[in-house]
Write a protein that binds this ligand. Structure first.
Ligand code: FUL
Ligand code: CA
Length: 516
């Protein structure tokens, strides 16, 4: 080997070593949660937040975007919203039940998962549970041989939709409710049945209602023991609302926050719980959910006081009708396609997953009015998003050009534009072949590597002047902004503030027909 080859080898090896060392540094991501050390300063904490990333179960769930809730039980037949547990199972008697209709309606609307109220607060089970007599096995439906959890889970699988279960911890029928250890075991057994016998479960939904038991004792739920069973039996399922993976947005009106962070402070109390529980490993921290209705949950001012941070994305649950269950007298109150589209922009478009409830009627069918509203909604969304005016545009960035700008308009959310190291702001210049009228902006961050953008603006060229089309704060999985229609062939998207190098996987410009 001559000298120059040795020198060349040395240079190549040092270069590779340098790259891998840089990668090692930049690959310091924190899955789900990270502790803030007492000596860390504010800027360090803000930067650390940029490297908190979702677990794979969380990011698969965020990809679903639009999901379906099905509220169905004795309430459908009594006209109530909360049954008292004294209902006779004989009243549960759908005359024309067809789970394939539910699945088709949900799928045609664009929903990717269906969650069924397997047991609501009244305690009536839609599957023939061994834990209680208060179930479908004592109903006339299929002569007591019915199992709606089985029917629906199979229909979902057939249609390639995911399936989830709602199991109310609050049970107004169970005589042991309030006798905490006994009821906790009863509840765990119900969970075991649901999570063992119905194939893959992708979401387990617990709400927080906790009433008084018959004997006057307050039921103390053993949440951690419930979570443990879910992790053992369905490791990929997210646990929502009263759970560690998915956060209730805080209202039932279909309204997400404009500034919606997935990275939030973990409450101090939870750290104590974690410390006290030696059975859990670091990746599955014990979690006691708290109410999260506050306005801004994850901005700089809030996270700098955190003792630890957690990836805890938001879910917006809302019903297509005033009630969660079907009531004939609400047939005229089904939300219109336009209202549903607004909800879509305020949830999916605000870094949240939409969980829209469509309750079957006494026949066991989704009512025609609800079906029509969903079809109308889908039509409007399809019309709007059929054409991204940026696809095929000329695009360039102003920060020294690492040639990743085209990744933001390649219609593939796994590829992304990223700025050069240590550059946290950017301008993407976009030029279309011809002027187009647009009024909707769509943005996506590559959240598998964190949520970072704090402030952005979209501008367009009119004459020789740049004018603002719209602006915003957070992006996250998806951000949609409607603005007054503008016509131009030159746009620029500026990231004005970010917690580390921004990563934009997709940008879209669309036109929504606003003739309604
Ligand atoms: C609440 C329940 O009380 C409602 O009936 C409904 O199931 C809603 C989704 O959660 O906590
Ligand atoms: Ca892309």
């Amino acid at each position: 080997m001559n000298k120059s080859i040795i020198v060349l080898c040395f240079i190549v090896i040092s270069f590779l070593a340098c790259i891998s060392c840089k990668t090692a540094l930049k690959d310091k991501y924190y899955e789900y949660t990270v502790t803030i050390e007492p000596e860390e300063d504010s800027l360090g904490i803000i930067n650390k937040a940029a490297f908190v990333v979702p677990t794979s179960r969380q990011s698969s769930w965020q990809d679903l975007e639009f999901t379906c809730f099905i509220h169905f039980t004795v309430n459908t037949f009594t006209g109530r919203e909360w049954g008292d547990g004294k209902e006779d199972p004989a009243i549960f008697n759908p005359t024309d039940l067809n789970v394939n209709q539910w699945v088709n309606v949900a799928k045609d609307a664009g929903m990717k998962l269906i969650i069924l109220t397997c047991k609501h607060h009244d305690g009536f089970c839609l599957w023939p549970s061994k834990t209680t007599e208060h179930s479908i096995k004592n109903s006339p439906y299929k002569n007591g041989k019915g199992d709606i959890v089985k029917e629906l889970s199979e229909a979902c699988r057939q249609a390639e939709l995911k399936f989830g279960v709602y199991l109310s911890p609050w049970d107004r029928n169970c005589a042991d409710y309030g006798n905490s250890p006994v009821y906790n075991e009863f509840f765990r057994n119900q969970l075991r049945e649901l999570l063992s016998n119905y194939g893959e479960i992708s979401e387990v939904w617990f709400d927080g209602a906790c009433g008084e038991g018959a004997n006057g004792n307050k039921q103390v739920y053993d949440w951690n023991s419930y979570y443990k069973i879910i992790r053992q039996l369905q490791a990929n399922a997210v646990i929502s609302t009263m759970g560690p993976d998915v956060r209730w947005v805080g209202n039932e009106g279909g309204l997400g926050r404009e500034t919606e962070w997935a990275v939030l402070p973990f409450e101090a109390g939870n750290l104590d719980v974690i410390t006290n529980n030696s059975q859990k490993d670091e990746k599955e921290p014990v979690f006691e959910p708290k109410d999260r209705i506050g306005g801004d949950l994850g901005s700089r001012e809030i996270i700098i006081d955190a003792k630890s941070l957690v990836w805890y994305p938001s879910e917006v649950d809302v019903s297509i009708r005033p009630g969660w269950f079907y009531h004939e007298n609400q047939d005229s109150l089904v939300k219109s396609p336009e209202e549903l589209v607004n909800i879509y922009y305020q949830s999916v478009g605000r870094n949240s997953v939409l969980l829209l409830n469509i309750p079957p009627d006494k026949r066991g069918r989704i009512h025609e009015k609800d079906v029509a509203a969903l079809q109308g909604m889908r039509q409007i969304l399809d019309d709007t998003f059929k054409e991204n005016f940026l696809s095929g545009a000329k695009i360039s960035e102003n920060d020294g050009g690492n040639n990743s700008a085209t990744n933001s308009i390649d219609n593939n959310k796994e590829t992304y534009f990223i700025t050069q190291e240590d550059v946290f702001t950017s301008t993407l210049n976009m030029e279309l072949d011809q002027s187009c009228a647009v009024n909707v902006l769509m943005l996506q961050e590559y959240i598998k590597k964190g949520q970072r953008v704090e402030r952005f603006v979209l501008e367009y060229l009119q004459g020789d002047q740049w004018k603002e089309a719209c602006k915003g704060t957070t992006i996250g999985h998806k951000r949609l902004i409607r603005f007054s229609e503008i016509t131009s062939n030159k746009f620029r998207f500026q990231i004005l503030q970010s917690r580390d190098c921004p990563m934009i996987s997709e940008i879209g410009l669309y036109r929504e027909k606003r003739d309604y």
